[in-house]
Design a protein around this ligand. Structure first.
Ligand code: 5AD
Ligand code: SF4
Length: 464
């Protein structure tokens, strides 16, 4: 109810502001970070549109909202840099509204820095109270000289039914859980996203049914650790059960999910994936390190051997699966020998692709105070060696379907060559092939003629 009152106040404020300007006001929400943030941004745009803003995606907009990430230090540096740029624009247009939200805002110290050094930022909120956006917009429109800050440390509440503007009409993320309880020793996420909370299966399935009725064909179930979905619900449900039920929804042809923690990946999940063709043949399984000694210091709760065993269980149940991963190089105390264990796992698992990261020291995490931090040169040298291996194997793996006909969900007209369209295989590999705009949102069979590194060039094949 209170949300409605604030919404009306924001709508009235905006109407007055646009009368003063003599034109409709625009708003842009710019996303940094992961799929969770991308989905949050769809809700933020939904709320901005409900207030009455015209949604754009440029920083020229009357209101610019940065939905921030903080997983590595350079994510924060980037935001501070971009704020300087927004400030120069605001000097020319003092009515410009600058807003910040997302993970970085939950980090201790950041709010103080914004108060002190960025007084021109109009409003700030966090990851636990997105729904307060209309309230803060109303306050800023009424008192543009003040800075409004609303941060909650954590919450048990999940606010359902926020309006959303989806980026794609044919695919959508679906949050299934928020937060993380794992406390990997390098990671700031548990501190900024709070404790694990699962949405109820009914709420999730209702959302999927509504999306299917709306024409969505592909969904991505989102959570920091989807394999521990449902454990804290009053009536516990496993992630595998949820997947099974999601696959029953008519109209949904493809189901993806992100991210899996190896320690919680169950045999039941492997069985459900193997027997259910709607579940994409892709698993993102963060390794982080191949050294059992480092994994222990990372608090990952699996060993190199267990990880490899899990991969072979998955591969024998689902032979055509594509595996991808995240790897951190230069964790405190990582020796050349530890690093070689990582290279060894990469060679054995043969990932289709891997995100590789330089270890970033995040204040407040246990790893930040470990004594044996790795020097920059060693870290970069290892990073380059890892990247070379990951790319060589990735190219070979990606190419293994050359000559086959596979279904592609068409996403867009190719940006460089207008007679091509671009889509994705179930395993997430990008495919370009001759076709027209009318194919966007369709799943069509495509012959994979030629693999060019990490994508295919193909031709549409006849449907059976
Ligand atoms: N330094 C470098 N990479 C990190 N990640 C998380 N925390 C850090 C850190 N402190 C990486 C992990 C995770 C991905 C989302 O980001 O690999 O899986
Ligand atoms: Fe970045 Fe993690 Fe937040 Fe995603 S959840 S935006 S990766 S800090």
């Amino acid at each position: 109810m209170e949300r409605q009152i604030w919404l009306h106040r924001a709508q009235r404020g905006l109407q007055k502001a646009s009368e003063r300007k003599g034109r409709p006001l625009t708003a842009a929400c710019i996303t940094f970070g992961c799929q969770m943030n991308a989905r949050d941004s769809e809700k933020l745009r939904g709320m901005l549109a409900e207030i009455g803003f015209t949604i754009t995606d440029t920083e020229e907009a009357d209101l610019v909202l940065y939905n921030t990430c903080t997983v590595r230090e350079n994510a924060n540096t980037k935001i501070y840099g971009r704020l300087g740029y927004l400030h120069s624009m605001k000097k020319k247009d003092p009515d410009k509204i600058i807003a910040l939200c997302g993970c970085m805002m939950q980090e201790p110290g950041v709010i103080e820095a914004i108060r002190r050094n960025y007084p021109y930022v109009n409003m700030v909120f966090g990851t636990h109270n997105l729904y307060r956006l209309p309230e803060l917009v109303a306050c800023v429109l009424e008192s543009p000289q003040e800075q409004f800050i609303a941060i909650l440390k954590d919450t048990d509440e999940i606010v359902e039914d926020l309006p959303k503007i989806r980026k794609y009409h044919f695919k959508s993320g679906v949050n299934i859980m928020f937060g993380c309880n794992n406390f990997c020793s390098y990671c700031i996420v548990p501190y900024v996203r709070g404790r694990e909370k699962s949405r109820s299966p009914e709420d999730i399935l209702n959302e999927i049914r509504t999306l299917a009725q709306d024409g969505v064909k592909e969904i991505m179930l989102l959570g920091q650790n989807v394999n521990s979905y449902g454990k804290t619900l009053q009536e516990p449900v496993t992630f595998a059960e949820l997947l099974d039920r999601a696959a029953e929804v008519d109209g949904i042809d493809r189901i993806r999910f992100m991210t899996s923690h190896p320690k919680d990946l169950s045999k039941e999940l492997i069985r459900v994936m193997a027997r259910n063709p709607k579940i994409c043949r892709h698993l993102h399984l963060p390794l982080q390190s191949g050294s059992t000694r480092i994994l222990e210091k990372m608090n990952r709760r699996y060993t190199k051997e267990r990880y490899l065993e899990l991969v072979s269980e998955i591969r024998s149940a689902i032979p055509d699966i594509s595996l991808t991963t995240d790897i951190i190089v230069g964790f405190p105390g990582e020796t050349e020998e530890d690093f070689r264990e990582t290279l060894d796992v990469v060679s054995r698992v043969r990932y289709d692709s891997a995100f590789t990261f330089l270890y970033s020291r995040r204040t407040g995490t246990p790893a930040a105070s470990m004594s044996d931090q790795i020097d920059e040169n060693t870290m970069h040298d290892r990073f380059d060696r890892l990247l070379t291996l990951v790319q060589t194997i990735g190219r070979e793996q990606t190419a293994r379907f050359t000559g086959q006909v596979m279904p592609v969900l068409v996403e867009s007209v190719n940006t460089q060559q207008k007679d091509l369209v671009t889509g994705r295989l179930g395993n997430n590999t990008v495919v370009h092939f001759p076709g027209s705009k009318s194919l966007i949102g369709e799943i069509v069979p495509v012959r994979l003629d030629e693999c060019r590194g990490f994508y295919y060039l193909g031709t549409q094949a006849r449907s059976e």
